[in-house]
Design a protein around this ligand. Structure first.
Ligand SMILES: [Zn+2]
Length: 181
């Protein structure tokens, strides 16, 4: 669990989370409270927000009149929520990968567009392997490096999802949660 969280927010982000109290604070107050730099605090809060683990309220500062974001972190049910997000990402990547592996695409050197064989060959559009935009020739778009990378990414994510529920470090995380309550 902690290892996965660290992947998302980085080592500095994780250190910040461990030192964070449960109070509603501005990013500057969090930086002071946790001894983290403001960039780490903002980046970490934004990542947590994307995973619906952090929320903010907007209030106007009575003295300056500026709007203040006050942040609250909520780790209830964090395992299930992170796993849900990972599953959604895996399924998106798999859909994309399916499309890449099952269809051959053609493109020009300027990457004006990508065309299926039927389009590139002229069977449906009359292109005859000439780019309709820049008039250069269309050639097979080899994405095998990218699809290999994506396949690796997918199996890595699948291992990560397992690790969320089979944590080697859950005691530390339980400690973090208890400290916040
Ligand atoms: Zn072109």
């Amino acid at each position: 669990m902690l290892a996965y969280l660290e992947k998302l927010v980085g080592q500095q982000g994780l250190e910040m989370i461990k030192r964070l109290s449960k109070n509603e604070l501005t990013d500057q107050q969090i930086a002071e409270e946790t001894g983290s730099d403001l960039n780490t605090v903002r980046r970490t809060l934004f990542t947590l927000y994307e995973h619906r683990l952090a929320f903010y309220t907007l209030q106007r500062d009575k003295e300056t009149g500026w709007m203040l974001y006050r942040w609250l972190v909520n780790f209830d049910d964090i395992e299930r929520r992170l796993a849900d997000d990972a599953h959604k990402l895996i399924s998106k990547l798999e859909t994309w990968l399916d499309g890449e592996l099952n269809t051959a695409y053609y493109t020009c050197d300027n990457n004006c567009g990508r065309y299926t064989f039927d389009m590139a060959s002229g069977y449906t559009c009359g292109y005859h392997f000439v780019c309709p935009v820049c008039k250069q020739s269309l050639h097979y778009d080899d994405t095998s490096k990218l699809t290999d990378t994506m396949q690796g990414k997918i199996s890595e994510l699948k291992t990560d999802v397992q690790a969320i529920f089979y944590p080697e470090n859950s005691s530390i995380f339980e400690l973090v949660k208890t400290e916040q309550e």
